[in-house]
Write a protein that binds this ligand. Structure first.
Ligand SMILES: Nc1nc2c(ncn2[C@@H]2O[C@H](COP(=O)(O)OP(=O)(O)OP(=O)(O)O)[C@@H](O)[C@H]2O)c(=O)[nH]1
Ligand SMILES: [Mg+2]
Length: 252
């Protein structure tokens, strides 16, 4: 069989199920560390529940994903996950989910591994939303998840420090209400409300316009130009204020 014929024959098996996200749909990629429970605690011994070194590696991974050829409007990270809101009109890879998922997972894994100096792999899935309200709800959902993770994480590791084995600590926690978890920490000198915002709400990355002063060598005049700069926000708002913040980003 000639190559062209073979190529035509085989290509269909590769592309027949290529899914393209419909025009007008919002796309959010969620990228999540594979087996990071083991990687963070058994292999690399990161501080638990939160290690600023791990946080910074995640932030740098998001920064890379926002600067490697995708049109990302907003990046968000908490725990071992990253969410990227793509520009609604983006045509990258003709909106093929197969390409978006594999390239984003590949870029995240490559960058994080370089930062860690060891293998760290990520998966990726694309969520598709027909309206801005659902995009706001999505980020509220991850924001609330960060809050729950932080409260549970602080209680869990305190119980472990006090000598409870993993199962016993998880079992004890499952019976506590949110108020009891706060009280549990408070009795041990930890005011949950005063813990750093990045632990409770996650971290946002978005583009800010800043004015840069330059110099025109032809006229000798100083000139100003607007530049896009990536803002890393460790102090995101919460609840309704966070919803408004996301809604504003989308409408810009
Ligand atoms: N020690 C430590 N662990 C962290 C930190 N941030 C996230 N993690 C851990 O990362 C893990 C993320 O959980 P999951 O994504 O649900 O679990 P996973 O083991 O990655 O499993 P899969 O995602 O299904 O592959 C949890 O065990 C978190 O405790 C950190 O700053 N320090
Ligand atoms: Mg994970």
């Amino acid at each position: 069989m000639k190559f062209d014929e073979l190529d035509r024959k085989m290509r269909v098996y590769e592309t027949a199920h290529d899914h393209c996200v419909l025009p007008g749909m919002y796309m959010i990629a969620r990228i999540d560390g594979r087996n990071f429970t083991r990687l963070t605690k058994e292999v690399h011994g990161f501080e638990a529940p939160f290690d600023p070194r791990f946080r910074d590696m995640m932030i740098e991974t998001v920064r890379h994903l926002m600067q490697c050829g995708f049109h990302v409007v907003y990046g968000y990270t908490q725990s071992d996950e990253i969410s990227l809101l793509l520009d609604r009109e983006t045509q990258t890879f003709q909106r093929k989910t197969r390409k978006l998922n594999s390239v984003l997972a590949g870029e995240a894994s490559a960058k994080f591994s370089l930062l860690l100096g060891d293998l760290g792999a990520f998966d990726c899935r694309i969520c598709q939303f027909p309206n801005a309200g659902l995009v706001v709800d999505y980020f509220r959902w991850r924001n609330e998840d960060a809050y729950r993770n932080a409260l549970n994480g602080h209680c869990y590791w305190r119980l472990r420090q006090e000598g409870h084995l993993a199962d016993a600590a998880a079992q004890a926690l499952s019976g506590y209400t949110k108020g009891q978890k706060n009280e549990f920490l408070f009795q041990r000198g930890v005011n949950f409300n005063e813990l750093p915002a990045w632990q409770k709400r996650g971290i946002g990355l978005y583009w800010e316009k800043i004015e840069k002063q330059g110099f025109n060598p032809l006229t000798g005049e100083s000139v100003s130009a607007l530049r896009n700069q990536l803002k890393i926000d460790l102090d995101l708002p919460m609840k309704e204020e966070y919803s408004s913040f996301i809604a504003n980003l989308i409408s810009e």
